[in-house]
Design a protein. Structure first.
Length: 152
C-alpha cells in the first residue's frame, strides 16, 4: 500500500487524471463560472433598471444596458477562462480583483459613456454629440475601492 504525502504539491486532481478531455471540461467550467458570476453582477446592478425601462414608450430603451451587460459577461468569462487555465491562487485572486475594478468602471460609466455610444450606434445623425455628458472626473482610487468592496 503506497502512501502519499498530503503536503506534496500535485498538479492535477487524482480523480481527474491527465486526460485532455478533463482539461477541456475544466476550462469550460471556468468559463461558465465566470459567466454565472457576470450574470449575477448584471442582475444585481441592472435588474431593477431593466424592469423600470420596460414601461417606457420609447424605441430601444435597453441599448446602453445591453452593451454594458455584454461587456460584463465578456470580462467575467475571460477571467473565468484565465483562472481555469492558470490554476494558481494568486493569479485567480489578482484577476478577479482586476475584474471587479473593471466592472465597477463599466457600471459607473454606463449612464454616460455607454448610453451615448448606444445612441451614436443606433442613429448616425447624433454621432459626435454629447447626449449624456460625463460628470466631473472621478479619481481612479474610487473605482479601486468600489471593486474591492464588490469582491467582499
Amino acid at each position: 500500500m503506497a502512501t502519499t504525502n498530503p503536503l506534496m504539491k500535485q498538479d492535477n486532481l487524482e480523480a481527474w487524471g491527465d486526460e485532455p478531455a478533463h482539461e477541456r471540461l475544466r476550462i469550460w467550467l471556468g468559463i461558465l463560472n465566470g459567466l454565472f458570476i457576470g450574470a449575477a453582477v448584471i442582475l444585481g446592478a441592472w435588474g431593477p433598471e431593466f424592469y423600470r425601462l420596460a414601461d417606457l414608450s420609447v424605441a430601444r430603451p435597453y441599448n446602453g444596458l445591453v452593451m454594458s451587460s455584454l461587456l460584463i459577461l465578456f470580462v467575467c468569462g475571460l477571467v473565468g477562462w484565465l483562472t481555469a487555465v492558470g490554476r494558481k491562487f494568486w493569479l485567480t485572486l489578482l484577476s478577479w480583483i482586476a475584474a471587479a475594478v473593471i466592472l465597477t468602471i463599466l457600471i459607473a460609466n454606463t449612464a454616460t459613456a455607454l448610453q451615448t455610444t448606444a445612441i451614436w450606434l443606433a442613429d448616425r445623425r447624433f454621432w459626435g454629440f454629447s447626449i449624456y455628458p460625463a460628470t466631473t472626473a472621478v479619481p481612479f482610487v474610487t473605482y479601486v475601492f468600489g471593486g474591492l468592496f464588490m469582491m467582499l
